[in-house]
Design a protein around this ligand. Structure first.
Ligand code: PMP
Ligand code: GLN
Length: 379
């Protein structure tokens, strides 16, 4: 058949994990922990399965989970979403992102995103018939040039997609960035899709700046999060989005026919976990800071230049001193010849991205990080 997405191949994460497996390389490419999630969470899943919570959940998510999400949101961001009308539990953040884009973008609408951008946004915009305006951010800060942003707005602009803490660059938006965004779009009917799946993996002293903490923007925003990141359980694929009732209603129209509802016992277990062990997400910055610093220290004697990581479980390494290959070639070479898999950055950009940067995942046990660093230090 004629493809609806002719340019699209398999994701870089699938490609690099497969190459890592083929060559038995240490896989610091696709972002997932090589350690397990909390025992309490696993025991609550078993409990709810044993109690027969095995039929469809309500379309919008089980009540205890939505209530726990509302409580946590209020505690952190100082504003409480309505449990019934403003929170929707989805099959990972991926489904929430796709449902939000499908719900909001009409044929011919313009959508602004910032490159490097997470790979799932563009295909969803294209399928919806939208036109992407990709604004290239420059290393090492990858910060938004607000006058440039304003120059990209038009009467057709419908949606702005952002991601903080940012995958793959490990940079953050500040509260002032949200204010700049608000100043730029307040007068027009423009919506915001804020991908905050790493909200609890933020190393800044002032913590994560969320779109939900901005009183103006949150009237226009869909904020997306994921329990996969927070509880080291990427395979559970449960996430959620928070949006004003009118926007949530539109997202739910799509969600009800994408998945209808998601795994019931896992939702109940997550609700128990949020209530019983809030210290889990509270301690996550320290937990991941130790891993970040462990890898950075282990690479200190290497010829890689390590860029600061302010959030996510990734850090960027500049390999200019090691190779003149482009980043895609270098990641393949590195997997096959050095036995370490990483992610190139250019695949997240529409414009040529000539920088020699790769992304390393440090959501790994110290032994894994040490073994990888030992190989990387030999280069
Ligand atoms: N957005 C970003 C920025 C991500 O890094 C990821 C997962 N790696 C997702 C969305 C998707 O999250 P989930 O696995 O919950 O679908
Ligand atoms: N988001 C994960 C990453 O950045 C990968 C998720 C996936 O494989 N689709 O590595």
């Amino acid at each position: 058949p004629q493809s609806k997405l002719p340019q699209l191949g398999t994701t870089i994460f699938t490609q690099m994990s497969a190459l890592a497996q083929q060559h038995q390389a240490i896989n610091l490419s696709q972002g997932f922990p090589d350690f397990d999630g909390p025992d309490y969470l696993k025991s609550r899943l078993a409990y709810h399965v044993s109690q027969g919570a095995n039929q469809y959940a309500p379309m919008t998510g089980v009540v205890p989970l939505r209530a726990a999400i509302a409580d946590k949101t209020e505690q952190i961001y100082g504003w409480r979403p309505d449990t019934d009308s403003e929170i929707t539990v989805t099959a990972g953040a991926t489904e929430a992102l796709f449902a939000a884009i499908s719900a909001l973008v009409r044929p011919g609408d313009e959508v602004i995103c910032f490159d490097p951008s997470y790979d799932s946004y563009a295909p969803a915009v294209e399928l919806a018939g939208g036109v992407l305006r990709r604004i290239a951010l420059q290393p090492p800060a990858f910060s938004v040039d607000w006058p440039l942003f304003r120059s990209q707005l038009s009467t057709r602009t419908r949606l702005v997609i952002l991601n903080t803490p940012h995958n793959p660059t490990a940079t953050l938006w500040q509260a002032d960035d949200f204010e700049q965004l608000w100043q730029a779009i307040a007068e027009q009917e423009i919506y915001v899709l804020s991908d905050e799946v790493y909200e609890h993996i933020c190393f800044a002293d002032q913590g994560h700046a969320s779109v939900l903490a901005h009183a103006g923007l949150r009237q226009r925003a869909i904020a997306v999060s994921s329990f996969g990141k927070t509880y080291h359980m990427t395979g559970w694929k449960i996430g959620y989005c928070i949006a004003p009732a009118v926007l949530s209603a539109e997202v739910r129209k799509i969600h009800q026919y994408l998945t209808f509802s998601v795994n019931t016992p896992a939702q109940l277990a997550l609700a128990d976990m949020l209530r019983a062990e809030p210290e889990h997400w509270q301690q996550l910055p320290d937990f991941y800071r130790q891993r970040r610093d462990h890898l950075a220290r282990a690479l200190a004697t290497s010829r890689f230049e390590i860029l600061p990581s302010q959030g996510t479980y990734f850090l960027l390494a500049d390999y200019s001193a090691i190779s003149s290959l482009n980043d895609v070639e270098f990641c393949q070479w590195l997997t096959i010849n050095a036995g370490v898999a990483a992610i190139p950055l250019s695949v997240f950009c529409a414009d040529p991205f000539p920088h020699k940067l790769i992304r390393l995942c440090f959501a790994k046990q110290n032994a894994t990080l040490d073994a990888a660093a030992e190989r990387l230090c030999r280069l």
